[in-house]
Write a protein that binds this ligand. Structure first.
Ligand SMILES: Nc1ncnc2c1ncn2[C@@H]1O[C@H](COP(=O)(O)OP(=O)(O)O)[C@@H](O)[C@H]1O
Ligand SMILES: [Mg+2]
Ligand SMILES: [Zn+2]
Length: 259
């Protein structure tokens, strides 16, 4: 059994034996090339840092399925959103210089906003190799609160804010669901203002248009300057998918065993 032999157990990559270089001979001359495990390893590192939800790890803008929407209006809106996102990825080098991100919104949950945000970030990491972080607005606030318990008064929070400010691409999923408060305003202001000043790209998703967010005007104003709004359909793919799944399950459960 090759997989239990000592040689293959010792190395993560059996092709290069973890040297990340492989010897190849071209027309009788031996040269070296970089093993493909190096790019895979880099990709893994980028993905770990990104903490993209497992479900979304393999998605790309290209694979975003327009057929998942039922009504023609929904499909048309999704088509436009997909086009904007594809162009955004294509023109990213230019847009990154201006720190321009995207703001994906629709009133309805399950219309594909998070999926698309993850797809854009996956593409940007893969094509341009730029590090990204995927978090929800609530997660950021929770992490800030958790950092208070750590030793060194305020040091944990400062470090966390520094990380959130420094990452070249940040996804803030589901912004606008947190209960508004002065404290929330203050934290989001320092994050968003810091990112805006440094022209860092932020990609938002929300169930609410920018102008209807219940934040302080200074914050909504920053978001408007940092991100281009992208409207998503007000149709839930999630419920359609669940219905389709149940239908399929029902078909299996009601099938004659044939015995
Ligand atoms: N275009 C699509 N094609 C297939 N599945 C989709 C599509 N958009 C969303 N989904 C699936 O539907 C579910 C809800 O999508 P999600 O992006 O979480 O919605 P939202 O963030 O708008 O609430 C997810 O499981 C997602 O994978
Ligand atoms: Mg979502
Ligand atoms: Zn290798």
């Amino acid at each position: 059994m090759p997989e239990t032999s000592p040689a293959s157990r010792k190395y993560k990559c059996s092709i290069c034996r973890d040297t990340q270089m492989v010897c190849v001979s071209e027309e009788g001359v031996g040269t070296y090339r970089v093993c493909e495990c190096r790019e895979l390893e880099n990709q893994r590192k980028r993905l770990r840092f990104a903490s993209i939800p497992k479900e979304f790890e393999s998605y790309t803008v290209e694979s975003f399925d327009l057929g998942a929407y039922k009504s023609p209006e929904a499909r048309e809106k999704a088509e436009m959103a997909k086009l904007i996102c594809a162009n955004y990825v294509r023109m990213f080098s230019r847009l990154q210089g201006d720190g321009k991100g995207l703001y994906m919104h629709s009133r309805v949950k399950g219309s594909g906003k998070t999926r698309m945000a993850a797809s854009v970030v996956n593409d940007l990491m893969r094509i341009y190799g730029i590090p990204a972080k995927f978090t929800t607005a609530l997660q950021i606030l929770d992490e800030i609160k958790q950092s208070w318990g750590e030793p060194g008064k305020g040091a944990g929070e400062r470090q966390l804010l520094q990380d959130v400010l420094a990452v070249p691409i940040l996804v803030m999923d589901d912004i606008g669901v947190e209960r508004p408060s002065k404290w929330v305003d203050e934290k989001f202001y320092s994050i968003l203002n810091g990112r805006m000043v440094q022209k860092r790209v932020t990609i938002f998703t929300s169930n609410c248009e920018i102008e209807n967010l219940l934040f302080d005007d200074r914050i909504t104003n920053r978001i408007m300057r940092m991100a281009v709004p992208v409207a998503f359909p007000n149709e839930s793919v999630r419920s359609l998918l669940a219905k389709a799944e149940n239908k399929e399950l029902y078909r299996i459960l009601t099938a004659d065993s044939g015995a």
